[in-house]
Ligand binder design. Sequence first.
Ligand SMILES: CC(C)(COP(=O)(O)OP(=O)(O)OC[C@H]1O[C@@H](n2cnc3c(N)ncnc32)[C@H](O)[C@@H]1OP(=O)(O)O)[C@@H](O)C(=O)NCCC(=O)NCCS
Length: 162
Amino acid sequence: MINLVLKLSARDLVHADLASCGWAGSDHHLTSVAKQLERVRTGEVDYLAVCAATDIPVAKGGVDYQVKKGVGTLWQLAVHPALQSCGIGTFLVEAAELRIRNRGLRQAELGVEESNPRARALYEKLGYVAYDRQPDSWDEQASDGSLHRYETMCTLMRKELT
Ligand SMILES: CC(C)(COP(=O)(O)OP(=O)(O)OC[C@H]1O[C@@H](n2cnc3c(N)ncnc32)[C@H](O)[C@@H]1OP(=O)(O)O)[C@@H](O)C(=O)NCCC(=O)NCCS
């Protein structure tokens, strides 16, 4: 086994990145990310890319400032499947929290599916506390291109940023 050190940086995700973000989800998902990038221009959203030396995204995720006044809501967090459990998700969440603090806000929130205990454990380790649960749903694209409504239950979590 070889231990590698990756130099990570966080920057804004841009439209040109989407062609190399196929690992993050279906074409339908990437189309929805492209729409969110339009909201970045109006300041409603920050959308981050985490990159290593090649400047190609290995993780991405958004912060929506419109869900709740005064709160940055993290969503659509994803790390390249081949690079999960290496600390990149932690780096992504911390970069997102910095964006929230840079706007003068002190509250971060997110929703995590009840079927995703590993992600929940990570958020707990980073200081997020569950305060409620809420159903959620979105369109998912099957391999034949068809769309299906996916319904799920999420735990809502929040963190006071110091
Ligand atoms: C959830 C997700 C974003 C987390 O990203 P990640 O890069 O895997 O997260 P991290 O590596 O920072 O932390 C996760 C695990 O790695 C461990 N870890 C953290 N830093 C580490 C390091 N330097 N070396 C080894 N392991 C490390 C953590 O302790 C944690 O371990 P655990 O699984 O026992 O809790 C990612 O797994 C993912 O994209 N999953 C699929 C999509 C998804 O579920 N998105 C979340 C929706 S809410």
